[in-house]
Design a binder for this molecule. Structure first.
Ligand code: AMP
Ligand code: ZN
Length: 114
C-alpha cells in the first residue's frame, strides 16, 4: 500500500470505483474516463510502479492479469478485436504510477496508436 497512490486507495476501498473483477492478486475496474465502449483497467493489488519494476517472480502475476483481461474480453464478446495496453513512463502517457493494463474494445482501432 502506497498512501499517495490512487489505485492503492481504490484497492483498499477508500476511493470508490466500479469493480469488474476481484481476486487475491488482481482487481479490474472501469476506467473513469473511457476511451472505448469497453475500457477496463486490470491492476495488481501489489503496488508495482511500472512494468520495468516487474521481476522474474512476477511471471505468474502477469499471466493472471492477461487471463483476467481475456475473460472480460470474452464476456463482452470482443473476440473480433481488443487491445491490452500498458503505458510505461511519461513519454508513453503513464499518469498513474501503479502498474495497470488497459483493456480496450468495442470500436474500430487504428494502428499505429498515437
Ligand atoms: P495511464 O495514463 O496509462 O497511467 O492510465 C491511467 C488511467 O487511470 C486513465 O485511463 C484514467 O482515466 C484512469 N483513472 C484515473 N483515476 C481513476 C479512478 N479514480 N477510477 C478509475 N480510473 C481512473
Ligand atoms: Zn499503488
Amino acid at each position: 500500500m502506497n498512501d499517495d497512490c490512487i489505485f492503492c486507495k481504490i484497492i483498499a476501498g477508500t476511493i470508490a470505483a466500479t469493480f469488474v473483477h476481484q481476486d487475491d492478486e488482481v482487481v479490474a475496474i472501469a476506467d473513469i474516463n473511457p476511451q472505448a465502449p469497453t475500457h477496463v483497467l486490470i491492476i495488481p493489488r501489489r503496488h508495482i510502479p511500472t512494468a520495468l519494476d516487474l521481476q522474474a517472480r512476477d511471471a505468474s502475476l502477469v499471466g493472471r492479469i492477461h487471463e483476467v483481461a481475456h475473460r472480460i474480453a470474452r464476456e463482452r464478446h470482443l473476440e473480433n478485436g481488443f487491445r491490452v495496453v500498458v503505458n510505461n513512463g511519461p513519454g508513453a502517457g503513464q499518469t498513474v504510477y501503479h502498474l495497470h493494463f488497459h483493456l480496450l474494445g468495442g470500436r474500430p482501432m487504428r494502428w499505429p496508436p498515437g
